[in-house]
Unconditional design. Sequence first.
Length: 255
Amino acid sequence: MTFSGMRTSKINKMKKLIFSLCIFALVSNSFSQSEVVSDSSNFSIDVDFGAASRNIWRGLDYGASPSIWGDFYGSFKNFSLGAMGTTTTNGSKLQYGTWLELYAGYEFKNFSLIVDDYFFFNAVDSANNYFDYSPNNTQHLVEARLEYEHDFLEAIVGYVVYSNRADNSNGVYIEATYKASDKISFTAGYLTASQWLSFYEAGGITTLGVNGHRKLNVLKRELPLKASLIFNPNYKSASPLVGNNPAYFVLSTKF
């Protein structure tokens, strides 16, 4: 992935990745050192599945198609490890509508520290060098993210700590969702500067969303239905490699 006008060299972000993982390990150890006795009953494996009329992520359209996603993960006490896959329903890999995300996280009270390894698949299969993590060739983008969740508020702050050496972007992504009630919530997202991971050549407000929520009873099971009206004031700064419209209306659910 390359953006027009970006320099072809960058300070190697591997040191940042190592530093972040060290901090992650130290913090995790400090929180768990008083619980040294292992309990297998705290270990669980689960699978989630969802679908959406459009895959809108951080204000941009990936794949120009309805999409489905799956999340396969395991958790032990406050730790979690998983893999999430997203793909289009029309089978096309254009506009990076298919991607794989490996992640590890640690949760403490209302806070979570998560490290995500994103890989967006190219339309041409031979161009996907998934196993290459070398600084000069990798297509992986690793983001460290801090999340906060409360009854009425969700917030995230994310920064890319490792990517291709040619990536000279340094934007920090910030997003918050205010839950006014069980039926309505509001989301705002902001990028401080350009960022390869989010496919923006400049920072700005990427998301202004109003979300309606309700539960549907289907085959004696409640399905959460969400309808979202999303505006992206920063769409002109987005990469032409993905869909960059100023407004979207999306229906989504999770099974």
